[in-house]
Design a protein around this ligand. Structure first.
Ligand code: AHG
Ligand code: MN
Ligand code: MN
Length: 360
């Protein structure tokens, strides 16, 4: 079979023919992003052999220690995407300010936001990491003027495309351009992403949840209630046993949810009052929310649809609850009941709050 599976470039060109809203060189822009991910996949897979593990010795704008691969992956996105003439500017987790296109490179109509390497704490222990990206249109004609950070501050509902690459046992690319979610697997023999997972959907029901349980004492009551009910399993109000997973890479968590359902939470907590959540709206929550919704799931802050949040800053953080529809709806209801004081039975001392690791 010499020309069996659809590769990602053919997929993109066909999508652009179907969807006239995808103007100009959209498919070529996403192809540049795909090339960035291939380069990062190569670096990640060579690991120590390529000398790319360990700390860079610097901090990003959010005060997080940068790994060498955070910086290399950021460079890969910049170098592969800056010259094609499709972009007006880029922004990333690893850069305080936006990266306007100009000088020797022609300026285009789109904006690209990305998390070059997600799950950085997994790099040095050889576990899954990923890249996340989001494509926005430049408002008005910012391709003529110098783009600003304000041009990026559009709600996630305006994203034109979103995707991630997962550098796991195999490298996968998962993509939406607003009409479903498609998964591609990197065939290293021919250097191409081939369509292996058409029309990905998230089952509405699940028995699996993902949360960093070490933060339990900092969670708000609705999340404590939800998790305690999952842990109670068959003996509690849910009447069924749940399983729990935590990979510490949102890309890997979302991918698992696309494959077999589940709910992922990095909710608001009181650990650091200056941060309303751990994850960043523009390059983590929004692209993943678009993918999850396109696959039939839901993505919420607990009180609001993530894609409706109006961004105030490039590096703004937001609470994230996403995945199987029934569970996200339940979590939203618990938040709503808490605000209205309708969760009294849960708050009462008669309610046996199970902590995660109590052995009585
Ligand atoms: P990043 O490596 O880009 O900073 O993102 C890591 C994020 C996310 O992917 C993951 O869900 C979470 O942080 C892990 O947080 P914990 O350290 O609390 O496990
Ligand atoms: Mn991340
Ligand atoms: Mn990152």
């Amino acid at each position: 079979m010499l020309c069996g599976r659809t590769n990602v470039n053919k997929f993109l060109i066909e999508e652009q023919r179907r969807n006239t809203a995808l103007v100009g060189d959209f498919s070529m822009l996403v192809s540049d992003v795909v090339r960035s991910c291939k380069a990062i996949a190569q670096g990640v897979s060579r690991g120590s052999l390529a000398g790319v593990l360990g700390d860079e010795g610097s901090e990003n704008v959010q005060g997080e220690a940068q790994k060498k691969l955070d910086v290399l992956a950021n460079e890969a996105f910049l170098r592969h995407c800056e010259w094609g003439g499709h972009l007006a500017a880029m922004a990333s987790e690893e850069m305080e300010d936006i990266y306007p296109i100009g000088g020797e490179h022609p300026r285009g109509k789109y904006l690209l936001v990305f998390d070059p390497l997600d799950g950085s704490s997994n790099i040095d222990v050889n576990l899954s990491v990923g890249s996340i990206f989001s494509v926005l249109r430049c408002p008005e004609d910012c391709s003529a003027a110098q783009p600003t950070a304000a041009d990026f501050l559009q709600p996630g509902s305006r994203q034109v495309a979103a995707g991630y690459a997962l550098y796991g046992p195999s490298t996968m690319l998962v993509l939406t351009v607003g009409s479903g979610v498609y998964g591609f697997t990197l065939d290293r023999d021919i250097g191409e992403f081939l369509l292996t997972h058409p029309h990905l959907t998230i089952s509405p029901e699940t028995r699996e949840f993902a949360i960093n349980a070490s933060n339990e004492r900092f969670w708000e009551p609705p999340v404590q209630r939800y998790v305690s009910e999952c842990l109670a399993g068959k003996t509690g109000v849910r009447g069924k046993d749940f399983n729990m997973r935590w990979v510490a890479s949102m890309v890997a968590e979302v991918h698992r949810i696309l494959m077999r359902g589940g709910v992922f939470m990095y909710p608001r907590d009181s650990k650091d009052k200056s941060k309303p959540g751990r994850l960043r709206l523009m390059y983590e929550a929004n692209p993943m929310a678009m993918i999850v919704e396109q696959a039939g799931g839901l993505a919420s802050t607990g009180s609001e649809r993530i894609l409706d949040v109006r961004p105030k800053g490039l590096h703004q953080r937001v609470p994230v609850i996403l995945g199987s529809r029934d569970e996200v709806e339940r979590l939203e209801r618990y938040h709503h009941e808490h605000v209205n004081g309708d969760d009294q039975p849960f708050r009462s001392p008669l309610f046996s709050t199970r902590t995660l690791f109590r052995d009585d």
